[in-house]
Design a protein. Structure first.
Length: 457
């Protein structure tokens, strides 16, 4: 009896040992940045519920404001208590390349390469990052959605100023002069109000400011790095073009054609100025401005009058447009910012985390999530890009057409140290040196180049 009891105890212990790892895998933790719209979060939660029902794996979801995701993630990395899957709209711009370089991210090649064909061009490539521990590149993140630059215009204000959409110039210099020298004085005369022709983001705490400035750099064909991430800023032609781009960007402020508060704007502030009709146009790195009015048109918490105003604004009076032609007459090739999720090397349940990523990226799950954002995000999968959703109205069609015209990645995908420069927002600092501290544009560019070399060289 005693021998059999020992044998039974050993067998039970072996069973517990075998089951314990499986039990540990039955719950995974996910951190996710909170969506802009309820429908976006609802689609994520629905996908999680489907995954739980299919696999029996429970998911513990925590959602945080975008500005809180990086600090919380850094604290988790420092303490060694990272989530199993994490996604933030700020990871790619501010941290992913650095974490990949330092060996803190899990290689996702095993799940992404087999599904490589579902991704559109210039999407999956942005997660192909260098790891200084392994001395090679791999897929350190999964692409989920992307965004690009658009111009939003109040058509009714343009008409109130005495102009038609067909009056908007397509030549670079004429375009900015039109809003500043023609529309602004005309709308002020027509309304008796201090309305500005342009909303030009320039705040150091605003990602809009550096994303918009990149579009001005692209207008002047500026390349700061080559495909291997090597700096090109010592080329005199690069400096010459940077001076022109910075002068064009800051001239709007110097001529009084953007609100004085532009220099301290954070990301929502040009949206607010546009919604309040204190500016006639602005450039923004999504169509969230127009989408806000679409959401209003369907919001049961609003009055019928407010819903009607939202419908009219979205369907009739707000225009989603592109930038004018480049100074050389060519068409700007816009930057696309591909938002990525991660699994950390220190995560406890990597296998189940990868299974969730694979499940989320299935067309029937990822499409409702992207479309739940009402056009704010564009898909990274070819099939979702061809969804009827993107042909449903003029705003979404404008986004679709712009992406179909081809995009290019930001410099931080080639040289991760540009995430540091973006965090510092050296671009907006250069603007403010010119407009607030009255530093000559060429001197501000010299300082900008010096800082780029110091950080990313």
């Amino acid at each position: 009896m005693k021998v059999r009891g020992i044998a039974l105890a050993v067998a039970l212990a072996a069973m517990v040992y075998a089951v314990a790892p499986a039990l540990a895998q039955e719950k995974i933790t996910i951190w996710w940045s909170k969506g802009f719209y309820k429908s976006e979060d609802d689609a994520l939660i629905a996908a999680i519920k489907k995954f739980e029902d299919k696999t029996g794996v429970k998911i513990e979801l925590s959602q945080y404001a975008i500005q809180d995701m990086i600090p919380k993630t850094v604290a988790a990395l420092d303490s060694g208590t990272v989530p199993d899957v994490a996604f933030s709209d700020s990871y790619d711009v501010q941290a992913q390349g650095k974490w990949a370089y330092e060996g803190k991210l899990e290689d996702l090649s095993d799940i992404l390469l087999p599904m490589k064909s579902v991704f559109a061009p210039n999407t999956l490539e942005t997660a192909f990052l260098y790891n200084d521990q392994t001395k090679k590149r791999a897929y350190y993140g999964f692409p989920l959605k992307q965004q690009s630059m658009h111009v939003q215009i109040w058509q009714d204000m343009l008409e109130q100023a005495g102009f038609k959409v067909s009056d908007i110039p397509t030549k670079w210099a004429d375009y900015w002069s039109f809003w500043c020298d023609k529309v602004q004085p005309a709308i002020r005369k027509a309304t008796g109000q201090r309305i500005y022709g342009i909303g030009q983001p320039m705040g150091v705490e605003s990602t809009d400011s550096f994303q918009s400035f990149y579009t001005f750099m692209d207008a002047y064909n500026i390349k700061l790095v080559d495909d291997d991430g090597k700096l090109l800023v010592d080329d005199p032609k690069v400096k010459e073009a940077l001076v022109k781009a910075l002068k064009d960007y800051t001239d709007t402020y110097i001529k009084g054609c953007t609100p004085p508060s532009s220099t301290t704007w954070k990301d929502p502030d040009n949206n607010v100025a546009f919604h309040n009709k204190t500016i006639v146009m602005t450039h923004n790195f999504t169509i969230s401005i127009a989408a806000k009015w679409f959401e209003d048109s369907n919001n049961p918490a609003l009055t019928p009058e407010q819903r009607a105003a939202g419908k009219k604004a979205y369907e009739e009076t707000i225009i989603t447009a592109s930038f004018p032609n480049k100074p050389d007459g060519g068409t700007i090739k816009y930057r696309s910012d591909v938002k990525t999720g991660l699994i950390f090397a220190a995560a406890k349940n990597k296998a189940q985390g990868k299974e969730f990523i694979k499940f989320l990226l299935l067309e029937e799950n990822v499409r409702p999530y992207i479309e739940g954002a009402l056009g704010r995000w564009f898909p990274v999968t070819t099939a979702s890009q061809q969804s009827p959703f993107w042909q449903a109205d003029r705003h979404r069609k404008a986004v679709y057409n712009q992406f179909m015209g081809g995009t290019q990645p930001f410099d931080f995908t080639k040289n991760w140290k540009f995430t540091i420069l973006n965090n510092e927002n050296v671009w907006a600092k250069a603007m403010n040196r010119v407009v607030s501290e009255k530093v000559p544009v060429d001197k501000a560019v010299d300082e900008l180049i010096a800082r780029i070399k110091e950080v990313a060289g």
